[in-house]
Design a protein around this ligand. Structure first.
Ligand code: FAD
Length: 286
């Protein structure tokens, strides 16, 4: 089933994201965790794509296991900036022959020192190619605080519109820890004529160290109550996990109370975290 058809149903959706292993020896463990998360019956799941494409077969295989063994609809991510056109086209073909109908089309981060491939500059080029390659539902990324490379938020929104015009069926946001950032972004996106569904990406922070990584990845602003939480509990793994799950759950409750319908949780291959969040909001998303 196409994810856009799930999003267009008149209901609240909760979806989870997992990432593929870097090494073959970890494949079974990651696949097991992905299937444990799938057993929670989210509306769909997504499987990220390792930068550079070296783990692309794991993305495909985990996506297949989620879909075929757990009967949960799935979206495979695909990046292009560090790959040749040939590799990207081969991957699109592999997804098609394995009946994966949903692709999250991404440029990917430019590796330090630059990419050795120059076939793609932006995700919009990949979106057009996927669109021309078959009947896929295409997701794309968006950045409530602006993508770090965009000069300013207005330019980033104009570039986002290009991705939608190229054929993105829906957008998923980068993580944010302040819902007001998301509400402001949503307003600006709608004002710019971006009318596709926008799925709010929520990252439960369960370890103090994760905050540093989240900041590097997303440049996201952190409200004082979030910083206080990490300062207080960041060195105590169990307390940080509990606090992070509650913080993410509260973000989701506020989003849904404010009329937002689609939530994607960056569950980071952690079934216990996904399960706790599902439990906390189970009545709210009904
Ligand atoms: P683009 O849309 O190409 O944007 C990149 C920059 O170029 C932005 O500054 C934008 O404003 C600008 N731009 C875009 N189009 C144009 C244009 N036509 N003309 C001029 N400027 C333009 N990374 C992975 O490696 N694997 C993953 O699985 C993965 N999944 C992700 C999922 C989500 C929901 C998000 C938010 C990010 C994900 N990323 C992933 C990270 C992503 O690859 C990086 O953020 C990357 O730097 C940008 O990718 P993009 O697809 O947004 O690029």
């Amino acid at each position: 089933m196409k994810i856009i058809d799930i999003l267009n149903q008149d209901k609240i959706t909760l979806s989870f994201e997992v990432f593929p292993p870097k090494l073959t020896k970890n494949y079974d463990d990651v696949a097991f965790k992905a299937k444990e998360i799938a057993k929670l019956h989210p509306d769909f799941m997504s499987v990220t794509y390792g930068a550079g494409g070296g783990t692309s077969e794991y993305t495909l295989n985990i996506a297949k296991e989620i879909k075929e063994k757990e009967n949960v609809e799935v979206m495979a991510h695909l990046t292009c900036v560090s790959s040749s056109k040939e590799h990207v086209h081969n991957m699109i073909h592999r997804l098609k022959e394995n009946h994966i109908e949903n692709i999250m089309a991404l440029r990917g981060d430019i590796p330090s020192g630059g990419s050795k491939f120059h076939d793609y500059q932006h995700a919009s080029e990949l979106i057009k190619e996927i669109k021309a390659s078959g009947d896929f539902c295409i997701g794309a990324a968006c950045y409530p605080e602006g993508h770090p490379e965009a000069g300013n938020k207005d330019t980033d929104i104009k570039n986002l519109k290009k991705k939608v015009d190229a054929g993105a069926d829906f957008l998923t946001t980068q993580m944010f820890f302040d819902n007001n950032v998301f509400y402001n972004f949503l307003f600006r996106a709608r004002e710019a004529g971006i009318d596709v569904p926008i799925v709010a990406g929520i990252m439960p922070i369960t370890r103090g160290l994760q905050v540093k990584r989240a900041r590097e990845l997303s440049n996201c602003s952190m409200p004082q109550r979030f910083i206080s939480m990490v300062d207080k509990f960041g060195d105590n793994d169990e307390a940080m996990k509990q606090a992070g799950i509650i913080y993410a759950s509260e973000q989701i409750i506020d989003l849904i109370a404010s009329g937002i319908k689609h939530i994607h949780v960056y569950s980071m291959n952690k079934p216990d975290v996904a399960c706790a969040i599902m439990h906390n909001v189970s009545e709210i998303i009904r």
